[in-house]
Design a protein around this ligand. Structure first.
Ligand SMILES: Cc1cc2nc3c(=O)[nH]c(=O)nc-3n(C[C@H](O)[C@H](O)[C@H](O)COP(=O)(O)OP(=O)(O)OC[C@H]3O[C@@H](n4cnc5c(N)ncnc54)[C@H](O)[C@@H]3O)c2cc1C
Length: 368
């Protein structure tokens, strides 16, 4: 089977690996000629680690990123409120969590794609669905490509989704914006640490030397913030915190790759396929970072497709089974993540927060 993948983010790259391993002839096209990834960190929960092991890259993620088994929750002054169990949930060889720089993960997935001999064309954008039943897509340069199956891994804004499902509900702003920065890791920060004050902030090591820092700002409106203001705005938001966060605030500068994104979600109603085209990753289901699972859901989509491919099913049945397998879990993760954000917005109790977090952890454990 010829499989065309539109988009080389985490969903597209992991699908190329999983389907390439399963024996499919895969072509991946990526619109960006400077194909790479934003220089931010990516937190990964235990289920994402389990999926990375299935993709055959967990050893490299552990080597080039940072993994841990324990999560800690602090108040705004840095007083410890809760430590999670260090017992491994996903098996003895799968860490409970971790993080990695996005460009580092991109590079190690690309190495795997190259080792599998998968055809990659960068700087090539899909522009129009020509014939969904035949799997034909037109590129921005006027060329057409055909796949027995076309995976639309073109991300949150997905031009393919808008053409295939023009009536799908629009993405919703969740009332929070996410600030991110990459900072030096103090030696005593060995795992994910979250601090709950006026806002939720957290750190997660991405390597021996660095950690990913985030702050979730509560906002009534989806405000546009100029990039030139990002550093000073983040420093201002951190001013209510003591301890580690105060130290980070004092050292923050242009070297820390500060970045802001409003949090928005959607789950495209089932089914996610039309003819031979199917939505995967953020094009089908975009979540907030609360469960550190957007990437993990994309990896699981890839592994699910590869499992169905191995079953040698007709394309229509394969794609029907794909949405059937993935829809409920992805929807529950998005809803559970939004629910955690709502508790943060109305300053719910630590106990309420912990229960909502644990509810999502229960959903996360099953593959589908
Ligand atoms: C602020 C924020 C923080 C987050 N933090 C985390 C986290 O800590 N942990 C986590 O697991 N998840 C996190 N997520 C979610 C995670 O980043 C996404 O779920 C994941 O990156 C989705 O991958 P994707 O491949 O579906 O989409 P993308 O990464 O957006 O990739 C889409 C790709 O398709 C390409 N493309 C687009 N249009 C076309 C076209 N027409 N033709 C060809 N190529 C095209 C794009 O150039 C891009 O490379 C976060 C999200 C946000 C917004």
């Amino acid at each position: 089977m010829n499989i065309l993948i539109v988009g080389g983010g985490l969903a597209g790259m992991s699908s190329a690996i999983a389907l390439g391993e399963a024996g499919a002839r895969v072509t991946l096209i990526e619109a960006d000629s400077n194909w790479g990834a934003l220089g931010a960190g990516l937190s990964l929960n235990g289920a994402s680690m389990r999926a990375l092991r299935e993709l055959g890259v967990l050893d490299e993620v552990e080597r080039r990123g940072f993994t841990h088994d324990v999560r800690q929750l602090f108040d705004a002054e840095g007083n410890l409120q809760f430590t999670s169990s260090s017992e491994r949930i996903f098996g003895p060889d799968v860490p409970n969590g971790g993080a990695i720089m996005r460009p580092v993960l991109h590079d190690l997935l690309l190495e795997r794609i190259e080792a599998l001999g998968i055809t990659v064309r960068k700087g090539v954008a899909a522009s129009r669905v020509v014939d969904a039943e035949a799997g034909v897509v037109e590129l921005a340069n006027g060329e057409t490509l055909q796949g027995d199956m076309v995976l639309c891994a073109d991300g949150f804004w997905s031009p393919m989704r808008h053409q295939l499902f023009p009536d799908a509900p629009a993405s919703q702003f969740t009332g929070q914006g996410c600030w991110r920065a990459v900072v030096d890791r103090p030696a005593d920060i060995q795992g994910a640490s979250t601090f709950i004050g006026e806002y939720k902030v957290g750190v997660n090591p991405v390597s021996q030397d660095q950690m990913y820092m985030f702050l979730l700002e509560n906002k009534d409106e989806d405000e546009w913030i100029e990039e030139s203001q990002w550093l000073e705005r983040l420093k201002g938001l951190l001013s209510g915190f003591g301890g580690l966060m105060a130290e980070i605030r004092n050292d923050l500068g242009p070297q820390n790759q500060v970045n802001y994104r409003p949090l928005k979600v959607h789950v495209v109603p089932a089914p996610w396929h039309k003819g031979r085209f199917v939505l995967i990753g953020d094009s089908a289901h975009a979540t907030t970072p609360h469960a550190a699972y957007g990437a993990g859901l994309a990896f699981e989509d890839a592994l699910c497709l590869a499992g169905l491919y191995r079953a040698n099913l007709p394309v229509s049945e394969l794609l029907e089974r794909f949405t059937a397998a993935r829809y409920d879990k992805c929807k529950a993760v998005v809803e559970g993540s939004v629910a955690i954000g709502d508790i943060e917005r109305r300053h719910g109790s630590m106990d309420e927060y912990r229960k909502a977090f644990e509810a999502v952890q229960t959903i996360v454990r099953d593959w589908n």
